[in-house]
Ligand binder design. Structure first.
Ligand SMILES: Cc1cc2nc3c(=O)[nH]c(=O)nc-3n(C[C@H](O)[C@H](O)[C@H](O)COP(=O)(O)OP(=O)(O)OC[C@H]3O[C@@H](n4cnc5c(N)ncnc54)[C@H](O)[C@@H]3O)c2cc1C
Length: 394
């Protein structure tokens, strides 16, 4: 029989980037929080482009200075139609200066981001960190109980589920997901190059999906290469030298000579969105609520906005003496996050699929859309701001 050793106002389940940010955000709201963060089985060699609102949220949490020191600014975004289609979109260059920003975002290696976040955990007064997994979640009307290995358990008012795409918290909350696999994979790797990137991120739209170069500090960049299933085995098996030559060719030697750094990660792509984002004292944040393809750098940025929203709502409830896990708070969270998540997932999926189709009108629409958006100043600014998670009005 398990003994109820501990209580906490909130428990965050999961020590990925979203779980760490949610735990810090809740603790900053004065909420007694327990974070369950088992050690990850392997290191994460991906990088993340942190965009507009994420930067604002991380600044408010006092985390930005340390993150910025390890990140590379993305001052310009270049879109190049690399398809061999009859109708191709014009090359477009967006400059963050046009919307009054120094940079659209900042690209940081995930391991560096996690190191900064882990370092910040120890400085939070209201936070307890356990390197343990949740094994079972039981919801009752007034509280929720999280069982840990070894018979211990924690009782809380609110669970913030940051336990990733196979979330046991989501199952305990009786939330279903809709899943749509895509016929593509993402190859993610980092490389050094002989020419400077000049803080420009370049996205080639190819017949299999986007091929995106994202600046890192120095003469280094990360690549997210969306490819079809029949290319994956060849890319997996290629020597570093052969792959470097292929990358050089695909990006028209834009960055000069390429050398692959470290291992390549290969990720099957799909869209998986929860039917609702909170229920039964459990709020879903990050990939427990939404998995979207790495197109337009939206996934973790959405997760950071989730963490910010639940911490704010729980903080307000706590200050007003209300139950932070009540139906009203969870409903408010679901309403606040629903439109943002669904709209971005739909846009990312549409872009991923539009590049695959051979249907001419789709290419026409994409080409004309980009042409108009790039020439009409208010559309151009709106497009840039919405990519950052902001509305066209700021
Ligand atoms: C190639 C690629 C490139 C990407 N680039 C970007 C980008 O540039 N910008 C962007 O915004 N997004 C990007 N993303 C998306 C981003 O990586 C994800 O959104 C993000 O990693 C999700 O973080 P998370 O914390 O929600 O989930 P995860 O990182 O999966 O963390 C979940 C954590 O929960 C833990 N866990 C699981 N079960 C339990 C349990 N029972 N108890 C306790 N802990 C548990 C796991 O150990 C894990 O640590 C990219 C994705 C890919 C595939």
């Amino acid at each position: 029989m398990s003994e109820d050793l501990k209580t906490s106002d909130a428990v965050v389940v999961g020590g990925g980037p979203v779980g760490l940010i949610a735990a810090i955000a809740l603790a900053c709201q004065g909420i007694a929080t327990t974070l369950l963060a088992p050690k990850p089985p392997h290191s994460d060699r991906r990088t993340t482009a942190l965009l507009g609102t994420s930067v604002d949220i991380l600044k408010a949490l006092g985390l930005w200075e340390a993150i910025e020191a390890k990140a590379a600014p993305l001052r310009k975004l270049r879109l190049v139609d690399g398809t061999r289609r009859l109708i191709r979109a014009p090359e477009v260059l967006f400059d963050a200066g046009e919307i009054g920003l120094e940079a659209f975002g900042y690209n940081i290696p995930n391991e560096e981001l996690l190191a900064v976040l882990r370092g910040a955990l120890a400085q939070q007064q209201n936070l307890r960190v356990l390197e343990q997994s949740a094994t079972r979640i039981t919801v009752s009307p007034d509280s929720v109980r999280v069982e840990l290995g070894g018979g211990a358990s924690i009782t809380a008012k609110l669970i913030v589920a940051a336990d990733g795409r196979n979330s046991i918290c989501r199952t305990a909350a009786d939330i279903r997901t809709s899943k749509r696999p895509l016929p593509q994979f993402a190859v993610a790797l980092n490389f050094t190059h002989s020419r400077p990137h000049n803080d420009i991120s370049t996205e080639f739209h190819t017949d299999s999906g986007p091929f995106t170069l994202v600046p890192m500090q120095g003469l280094r960049s990360s690549l997210v290469w969306v490819c079809k299933a029949n290319d994956v085995e060849r890319i997996r098996a290629a020597s570093d030298a052969d792959l470097a030559r292929e990358i050089e060719t695909k990006c028209h030697s834009l960055l000069g000579e390429v050398r692959i750094e470290g291992a390549r990660g290969i990720f099957p792509l799909g869209v998986e969105i929860a039917d609702r984002f909170a229920n039964k004292r459990i709020a879903l944040v990050g990939e427990s609520g939404h998995v979207i393809p790495p197109i337009g750098a939206q996934g973790l940025n959405l997760g950071i906005r989730d963490a910010d929203a639940i911490a704010r709502l729980a903080g307000d409830a706590s200050r007003e003496g209300n139950d932070m896990g009540s139906e009203a708070i969870l409903e408010a969270y679901d309403v606040e996050r629903r439109a943002d998540i669904r709209a971005r997932a739909a846009a990312v999926e549409m872009l991923g699929r539009s590049l695959l189709t051979d249907f001419l009108p789709v290419h026409l629409a994409r080409g004309i859309g980009l042409e108009i958006a790039s020439r009409v100043p208010f559309l151009r600014r709106g497009l840039m701001q919405s990519g950052l998670g902001k509305t066209a009005n700021g």
